[in-house]
Structures are given as structure tokens and as C-alpha cells.
Write a protein that binds this ligand. Structure first.
Ligand SMILES: Cc1cc2nc3c(=O)[nH]c(=O)nc-3n(C[C@H](O)[C@H](O)[C@H](O)COP(=O)(O)O)c2cc1C
Length: 309
């Protein structure tokens, strides 16, 4: 009988953020985590990433906000959230009690708003890091997303970096022509890591009524359909920048996570898959650990960037 494989070391470091394992849940797909208590072993997660938090409450977009497509999900939630104050008083206490890292996703209309959020969350017990969603309209630039312009993306990243001592991850938008150029500018601001990718702009139409299937007409596509795009983004960006890259997009099982990691991701996030199977993120972690053991790797870090091209 061959000896049982050794358990690999699953700990990862994303800049100054230390995680017990590389599997997080993706922003907006796991609520404030309390919704999943009792359904999922929350302490088995590497980190919980919250829904996006803005300075003021946001009501979100008109219904319907979700439409299923052949291999993915279209959503136009519209960044609904209770705002910073209610987040701190009503949502953070539960998150603080969890035995896992808590990453707060933030969004704003101007770089100053992002900076105010970052400063206010600095020093709040229970917040381990920030994730900056730059796929939001830059109100001063006529609504073009911060994330689609290298200068605006870097301006937001630098503003957040300067406003907090917390580790900062910046989540990039794939709806751009040159992702590497944007990633390079953002990485140069001194942030701790990049998260790739947010959803891709998409649309679906009911041919009988002639109406869009989302109240907002256009939404963001996620799920298995976007995995090859996300893996390509992780591959290209991780080779071009010196900061750690977190892979997100189309991960439903451990092999998808392993693919992201071979492409260059030091950690991963599981998003839409959780809607079909709430235990998906935990199963991804367990499967990944088994896979690494079978490969004979001593640490999950040994898998990162091992794609041979
Ligand atoms: C319903 C829904 C809500 C989301 N809300 C946010 C959000 O508030 N902030 C953010 O940065 N990303 C948000 N996302 C994007 C996800 O975090 C993730 O980047 C995307 O879904 C791709 O991963 P997946 O294919 O595993 O779902 C949302 C995605 C979905 C499906």
C-alpha cells in the first residue's frame, strides 16, 4: 500500500493579506455571509468578500435583476447595499465573529468617495482587507467606468492606497481593450493584489415580448461562460505585473480553481456557482487540497503559474 499523500500547506499570502487557504467567495454572490450560516462551514473559507459597500445606501436597479443564459448568469443588481454606516453597525459584527478573513468590497462615484470609505473602514474590528470595485461609472468623466481607463483606475487605486493601512486588492473589469496596461498602472500604485475578473457586459431579450430580460436591459455575465476569458486575463496579467493576482470567473469545481492557479492566480474566488450549490466554495477548497496532495505538492503555492506554454 502506498502511503497517504501528505496534506499540502494551503496558506497563501496576497501582499500583506494572509489567508488560511486560497478559496474565497466572490463579492455580491455571498451576501453578508450571515445568509449562508448553517448552510456552509464558513470557517472553511479562505476569505469572505462582502457585497459592495458605498458611502450612502443604494436601492439598485429595477427588477428583474437576474436572467439565466446557456452557460452563465446575467445580473444587473445595481450595487444595492445599505451604505457604510449600516454595514458597520448591522453587518460587520457577524463577519467579525467568523474564523476567516473578511474582505470588504467598496465602490464609489469619485476617487474621493473611495478614499473616504477606505479611511472609515481602517481600524474597524473585523475588516482584514479592502477589495476595490472599479467597474463603476466615473461620475466626473461622464459615466465611463473607472476600470476602463488606465489613468482613472490608477487614480482610484492610489486614493485608496493613501487612505488606509489595510491590505488593498483592486478588482479589474474585463470590459476593456488592453487589460495588461490597466493592470500595470494599478499595480504600480503599491496595492497588495489584483482580482481578475468582474463580469462582462451582456444582454438577453425575450423574443415574444420583445423586452430585455433584465430591467436594466444590460447586465454583467458571469459563470462557466466566462472562465476561458478569466483564465486568459489571469495568465496575461500575472506575467506582466509583480503583484499577486486573484483569479475569479467561472469557477464551479476544484479543477476550475486549479486551472486559474496554473494560469498564475495565487488565490481564487467562487461566485455564481454558489447560487446553484451553496457548498461550492468549500467543495472547491477540499477538492483542490486533494488534487495538490495527489500531485505530490507540499504547498498550494507550488501550483501557481505552472502552465507550460
Ligand atoms: C448577482 C451578482 C452580484 C455581484 N455583485 C458584485 C459586487 O457588488 N461587487 C463586485 O465587485 N462584483 C460583483 N459581482 C461579480 C462577482 O464578484 C464575480 O466577479 C463574477 O460573478 C465572476 O465570477 P463567477 O463567474 O464565479 O460568478 C457580482 C456577481 C453576481 C452574479
Amino acid at each position: 500500500m502506498s502511503p497517504a499523500p501528505l496534506r499540502p500547506d494551503m496558506r497563501v499570502q496576497i501582499g500583506r493579506l494572509a489567508l488560511k487557504n486560497p478559496v474565497m467567495v466572490a463579492s455580491g454572490t455571498f451576501g453578508w455571509a450571515n445568509e449562508y450560516a448553517g448552510l456552509v462551514r464558513l470557517d472553511a473559507l479562505g476569505a469572505v468578500v462582502t457585497k459592495g459597500v458605498s458611502l450612502e445606501p443604494r436601492a439598485g436597479n429595477p427588477q428583474p435583476r437576474i436572467a439565466e443564459t446557456a452557460a452563465g448568469l446575467l445580473n444587473s443588481i445595481g450595487l444595492q447595499n445599505p451604505g457604510l454606516e449600516a454595514f458597520i453597525s448591522q453587518k460587520l459584527p457577524f463577519l467579525h465573529g467568523l474564523d476567516t478573513a473578511v474582505v470588504v468590497n467598496i465602490l464609489g462615484d469619485t476617487p474621493e468617495e473611495y478614499a473616504r470609505l477606505a479611511a472609515a473602514l481602517d481600524g474597524q474590528a473585523g475588516v482584514d482587507a479592502l477589495e476595490v470595485n472599479i467597474s463603476c461609472p466615473n461620475v466626473r468623466a461622464g459615466g465611463i467606468a473607472f476600470g476602463s481607463d488606465p489613468g482613472a483606475a490608477a487614480e482610484v487605486a492610489a486614493a485608496v492606497r493613501a487612505a488606509t493601512r489595510l491590505p488593498v486588492l483592486v478588482k479589474l473589469s474585463p470590459n476593456v481593450t488592453d487589460l495588461v496596461a490597466i493592470a500595470s498602472r494599478v499595480a504600480a500604485t503599491g496595492v497588495d493584489g489584483l482580482v481578475l475578473i468582474n463580469t462582462l457586459r451582456g444582454m438577453a431579450i425575450d423574443v415574444w415580448t420583445g423586452r430585455p430580460r433584465l430591467g436594466n436591459a444590460i447586465g454583467g455575465l458571469s459563470g462557466p461562460a466566462i472562465k476561458p476569458i478569466a483564465v486568459r486575463a489571469v495568465f496575461e496579467v500575472s506575467r506582466a505585473v509583480a503583484v499577486p493576482v486573484v483569479g475569479c470567473g467561472g469557477i464551479t469545481g476544484w479543477a476550475d480553481a486549479a486551472e486559474h492557479m496554473r494560469a498564475g492566480a495565487v488565490a481564487v474566488q467562487v461566485g455564481s456557482a454558489t447560487f446553484r450549490n451553496p457548498a461550492a466554495p468549500v467543495e472547491v477548497e477540499e477538492g483542490l487540497e486533494r488534487f495538490l496532495g495527489e500531485l505530490g505538492l507540499r504547498s498550494c503555492r507550488e501550483l501557481v503559474g505552472t502552465v507550460e506554454v
